[in-house]
Design a protein around this ligand. Structure first.
Ligand code: PEP
Length: 253
């Protein structure tokens, strides 16, 4: 079994002004550089990215930085959008693509997610590619099929060794922001299916090295149990990543 480096990634969603962001970084600075062997990432709103990037550098923090979305074109008449070039210009490493809130509230489809994934990879950004089923899909026994379509269509036409360039986040939609966590064993099973599918599409070696993380109401009191599952390589965390003490408990699970 390949050694996959655990990742704890915080998704700030639409929270934090630049001032809040600097206060947050002050709050985590003393604890975030402990060597846990894992990788720590935060994905902030666009407006905080420059400030956070500069502060991470100034404080010499071991935190990777990402955006929460992007358009697939480099430039153009797309009012209100941000391009991969702009994210690269800020020195970012990561970008969340296909978050369920983007899919559900902003009409993203597997097709637009595919364009974004291609563009992100072409620009050397590492996408955190989100997939997951709704409650009704789960209850109808469609989880595997829905996720397989998201992955096949999302990664359509993408080749090469993705293992170091992509992270997949399995985020059951019914568990996001609801306080309902998937049973760790169930999440582990779905992730095992995802890894098998990635293996059939990109080869077993890539699948064994690729990190597949879980998201959905991860908190300091359940993170260790989730991270103990063998297929789960990390967590994408929303609500519980916004306060320094909670974030540090997650990172140092
Ligand atoms: C998320 O935003 O990706 C997420 C998992 O949110 P929460 O941890 O709040 O459920």
């Amino acid at each position: 079994m390949a050694d996959r480096r655990p990742m704890i990634a915080g998704n700030w969603k639409m929270h934090m002004t630049t001032g809040d962001a600097v206060t947050f970084l002050e709050g985590v600075a003393a604890g975030v550089n402990e060597d846990t062997g894992g990788e720590v990432v935060i994905c902030t709103p666009y407006t905080a990215l420059s400030t956070v990037a500069a502060d991470i550098e100034k404080k010499n923090l071991k935190i990777g930085l990402g955006a929460q979305n992007m358009h697939w074109e480099e430039t153009g008449a797309f009012t209100g959008e941000i391009s991969p070039l702009m994210l690269v210009d800020l020195g970012l490493e990561f970008v969340i693509v296909g978050h369920s809130e983007r899919r559900q509230l902003f009409g993203e489809t597997n097709e637009t997610v595919n364009k974004k994934l291609k563009a992100a990879l072409d620009h050397g950004l590492k996408p955190i590619f989100c997939v997951g089923e709704t409650l009704s899909q789960r209850e109808a026994g469609q989880t595997t099929e829905v996720i397989a379509a998201q992955i096949k269509e999302g990664l359509e036409g993408i080749g090469g060794d993705l293992s170091e360039r992509l992270v997949i986040a399995y985020e059951p939609i019914w568990a996001i922001g609801t306080g309902k966590v998937a049973e760790p064993e169930d999440a582990n099973d779905v992730i095992r299916h995802i890894r098998a599918l990635v293996g059939s599409l990109f080869g077993v070696d890539t699948a064994q090295k690729l990190r597949i993380i879980y998201g959905g109401s991860v908190k300091p009191d359940n993170v260790a149990k989730i991270m103990a599952e063998p297929e789960i390589d990390g967590a994408l965390v929303g609500g519980a990543c916004l306060k320094p003490d909670s974030f540090l408990k997650l990172v140092n699970y």
